[in-house]
Design a protein around this ligand. Structure first.
Ligand code: ARG
Length: 274
């Protein structure tokens, strides 16, 4: 196992240099919800685009394919598991997924690169717009970084309208643009269920939560899927979909983690043997 992860680490760092200039939207092409084509002149940027420190958010990780191309975000939830979006878990074959932890800048070889031994996808998942866009990946080996906290099952208090949450990711910094080399973060207020229902006819308040500004301008974008929306260090959402990025009246839609808290807890529990 140690040999394998060292080899993929070397491979990934070499491959990343080669592909750094090429945007490879593996997931964008598979997520139906992203088809809402970006209008010309749309200033979509991953939420105000602040570079973030991984020391402040050690649970923020990303997923690559076997070629080292980053295709989604994810979040550490135990010493052996990360949560991500179901559509991310299904975008690449299990044996080709790598979890990259402790690496703020994709161009470095910092941190760890771990393979995936098991994937759990919510039984209710079919498509991001139908909700339940959540999965747990069990990694080969141990994650050496602090996990995010999970909300209590069905907790509603953490979803109070207007609460400022933080979204993290290495995704596109402009709608249709290149992905970020660095971890970035943005602050976005939680949107009420009634408002989000008027913004998206597919909105389901049991399985989703929206965050963003009425006027747009700050949002997650392609490549951020699967990554965390946190309040403090509590994981309340997972980047799921949106109509373009940062458009007015189209907030980001996130998986409502509290609904799946028990499943995520069970699925992320380290197994003692076997
Ligand atoms: N589905 C996208 C992905 O696969 C994430 C889209 C998030 N979009 C948004 N406007 N918040 O990376």
């Amino acid at each position: 196992m140690a040999v394998k992860s060292r080899r993929s680490l070397l491979f990934a760092s070499g491959a990343l240099l080669a592909v750094a200039a090429v945007a490879v939207p593996v997931v964008a092409g598979t997520a139906a919800a992203d088809s809402g084509a970006a209008g010309a002149g749309n200033q979509a940027r991953i939420v105000g685009g602040n570079q973030a420190s991984i020391a402040d958010h050690p649970y923020a990780v990303y997923l690559t394919d076997a070629g080292g191309n980053q295709f989604c975000g994810a979040v550490i939830v135990s010493s052996t598991a990360v949560a991500t979006a179901a559509h991310c878990a299904k975008a690449v074959a299990k044996q080709d997924i790598r979890v990259v932890a402790g690496r703020e800048d994709k161009r470095t070889s910092d941190g760890q690169v771990l393979g995936v031994s098991k994937i759990w996808v919510s039984q209710s998942y079919t498509d991001p717009t139908q909700g339940a866009d959540i999965a747990v990946l069990t990694v080969r080996g141990q994650l050496g970084y602090r996990p995010a906290n999970l909300p209590a099952k069905d907790d509603t208090q953490v979803y109070a309208t207007g609460t400022q949450a933080t979204v993290l990711g290495w995704g596109r910094i402009a709608d249709g643009g290149a992905r970020s080399d660095y971890l970035r973060s943005a602050q976005v207020p939680l949107v009420s269920d009634s408002e989000c229902r008027s913004d998206y006819t597919v909105y389901d308040q049991q399985s989703m939560v929206c965050a963003g500004y009425r006027d747009g301008g700050i949002d997650a974008c392609q490549g951020d899927s699967g990554g965390p929306l946190v309040v403090g260090d509590t994981l309340i959402g997972i980047v799921s979909f949106g109509d373009g990025c940062a458009k007015a009246g189209k907030p980001g839609v996130y998986t409502r983690v509290s609904t799946y808290a028990d499943d995520v807890e069970t699925q992320s529990r380290p197994r003692l043997l076997g």
